[in-house]
Design a protein around this ligand. Sequence first.
Ligand code: PNS
Length: 171
Amino acid sequence: MEQPVKNMRVAVYPGSFDPVTNGHLDIIHRAAKVFDKLIVAVLNNTSKNPLFTLEERMELLRQSTKDLTNIEVDGFRDLLVNYMKQRQVHVIVRGLRAVSDFEYELQMASTNRKLSDEVETFFMTSTPQYSYLSSSIVREIAKFHGPVSELVSPEVEEALRTKFPSPPNKI
Ligand code: PNS
């Protein structure tokens, strides 16, 4: 007879999410089907100058994933492996959009493995329609008041409108 699954399968999906895009949401929705619980962990990176504060990024993630019940949004400002140890989670989920992502992702996964042999990185390839999409592309389009409705959730679109309210000055 099959034994009941004792432990919940939990994973951490870390990132900057400045802001969360439909590409991130694609990974979140698919990972939420694979794992019992997915912790979306937002890095509070003090060396970067993000468009959205940590609280704003977390709130936009919460609003954009409100249809999912097994998601927790959290913030961290430590080495990822330390955060994972503290949360007692052993799986990192990262999305791969293109071959160009691979080198950086391999470096990160290998570094995390070196720092902790308790951590495994699981890669999910992005759905092809999002393979070009990044938070920096979204910020760039929004800065010049271009259309982002197909790239982000309505909540993020609204938040971007607030950040970039008036058309740029003509030179
Ligand atoms: O969305 P991003 O910016 O590609 O996410 C990168 C992130 C946050 C996953 C990565 O920078 C990270 O884990 N930073 C925490 C510091 C750390 O643990 N560094 C060692 C691994 S390179």
